[in-house]
Design a binder for this molecule. Structure first.
Ligand SMILES: NC(=O)c1ccc[n+]([C@@H]2O[C@H](COP(=O)([O-])OP(=O)(O)OC[C@H]3O[C@@H](n4cnc5c(N)ncnc54)[C@H](OP(=O)(O)O)[C@@H]3O)[C@@H](O)[C@H]2O)c1
Length: 428
């Protein structure tokens, strides 16, 4: 990869977020500086404090790399973790840089291509997937890029993400922008949708008629898991924490929902006494009974990402020989559960992480055909990057949040008719 001068222009006054839609150079040429939201190690903490606006020199593309002018960016939970510095500092992943420009989703315009790039040219309108791996790792060429030692999530484990006027990606990360979507719609879905696609389609081989329990069904992953179930002919039951989220999940095709506030006692908090654990288990059983009633039988698949609080219930709920597929742990990553329910009933736990380029392209085709639609809750201005992450941190959102960067207003960028994104009701 090319060595870029990464010196931040710390002495410059912070960029003006009002002007980010303007650039005074043509495709093929980069400006001297750009506005970027930057996290630094000495200000890890709540997103509202950790993200700060800076002027910084845009990156040059190395071989097989492309610099994209960001038109809109998507907000994901990974940069909540980046802001907090938990469970690990992102600078451990990219120690050669003292700044972290996050952002793992974007729509934009190809601006400058590095040596060797032939599929894309300046001016192309694109979206991005966020998996990076070295071309030299053999895993990339036969096993799966996700198995490569060099594998990293762009905009989380790397810098030069999409919360800036320009971002830098590997050419293999680029996908055609669905023409029927606006810039903000196109920026909103990649990370969570492609992750949900791999979990259900590839890892679980979901079949028509399968029953699926989806935790956080109105969240970033959940809204796509529910739609994928419907497309596959499977029956999804969503778990949510408000009536309004439940209504959204039903609109997306779920057969029903459970409000987890009615089962507060089932959440594993860690350190329970034997009596408390007994009471918690009883609540889990009550929850599993309702799951089986609503689905008609226990689920074939449990779609997991909430982690510690829900995992013992997930293992209990899934049917014998069923699958618990997990890609995250919002409530805590030290999981414990009664393993007898796993081995005696021959259940499987499947770890899953993002998606490879092939899966991302296949999944993107379903968006181009409007068979799966982005679920957009809010579109915010570039000045709101920190606030948007705080909303996620505080679980105040539905579906996805997009940030306008190069797009001067909402509604731009659509070049073909189509239904566009599903709008989630304002207010969670
Ligand atoms: N490995 C990967 O490739 C990958 C990709 C995407 C995301 N992730 C991880 O997966 C997690 C979810 O991502 P997301 O984008 O879907 O986030 P999100 O938009 O915040 O949605 C998560 C949902 O989980 C539910 N939830 C939160 N705390 C919970 C708890 N204690 N018990 C039960 N449900 C809880 C919330 O819904 P209710 O309050 O309505 O229940 C929330 O809407 C994050 O930790 C993220 O880092 C990993």
């Amino acid at each position: 990869m090319a060595q870029t001068d990464l010196t931040p222009r710390g002495a410059s006054p912070p960029a003006n977020p009002q002007n980010v839609a303007e650039v005074d150079v043509e495709p093929g040429t980069l400006p001297e500086s750009m506005a970027a939201w930057v996290i630094r190690e000495d200000r890890f903490g709540e997103p509202r404090d950790a993200f700060q606006l800076e002027d910084i020199q845009p990156p040059e593309p190395g071989p097989f790399e492309v610099v994209i002018r960001v038109m809109a960016a998507g907000v994901n939970f990974n940069n909540v973790w980046a802001a907090l510095g938990e469970p690990v500092s992102v600078f451990r992943y990219h120690p050669e840089e003292d700044h972290h420009i996050g952002g793992s989703d974007a729509s934009g315009i190809v601006w400058k291509c590095g040596d060797g790039v032939t599929r894309w040219k300046p001016g192309d309108e694109v979206v991005l997937h966020c998996n990076q791996a070295s071309y030299e790792d053999p895993e990339v060429h036969g096993l799966d890029p996700l198995a490569a030692p060099s594998q990293q999530i762009w905009g989380y484990e790397t810098s030069w993400g999409s919360f800036a006027q320009f971002c830098k990606v590997q050419a293999q990360q680029i996908l055609p922008k669905p023409k029927n979507l606006t810039w903000e719609e196109a920026a909103s879905y990649g990370l969570t949708y492609f992750t949900a696609y791999r979990m259900l389609i590839d890892q679980c081989n979901i079949q028509a008629g399968d029953r699926v329990l989806v935790w956080g069904a109105a969240g970033g992953l959940g809204v796509f898991a529910v739609q994928l179930c419907q497309l596959a002919g499977a029956r999804a039951l969503g778990v949510v924490s408000s009536e309004r989220k439940g209504e959204l999940v039903e609109r997306l095709g779920a057969v029903g929902y459970i409000d987890r506030r009615e089962y507060d006692g089932m959440a594993r908090r860690g350190g329970e006494s034997p009596d408390e654990e007994k009471a918690r288990f009883k609540e889990s059983r009550r929850f599993c009974k309702e799951v089986a009633e609503q689905l008609g039988a226990p689920p074939d698949i449990v779609f997991e990402h909430s982690g510690r609080a829900t995992f013992p219930t997930s293992v209990l709920a899934v049917k014998p020989f069923g699958k618990v597929v997990i890609c995250g742990a919002t409530s805590g990553y030290n999981l414990d559960f009664d393993v007898r329910y796993l081995w005696m009933r021959q259940k499987q736990i499947i770890g899953s992480h993002f998606a490879n380029a092939w899966q991302a392209n296949k999944a993107n085709e379903l968006i181009e055909q409007s068979l799966i639609r982005p679920v957009l809750w809010r579109t915010m201005g570039f000045e709101s990057v920190a606030e948007a992450h705080q909303l996620l941190r505080d679980n105040q959102h539905l579906g996805k949040i997009a940030i306008l960067v190069g797009a001067s207003e909402e509604g731009l960028g659509r070049t073909e008719e189509g239904p566009g994104a599903i709008r989630a009701e304002v207010g969670a």
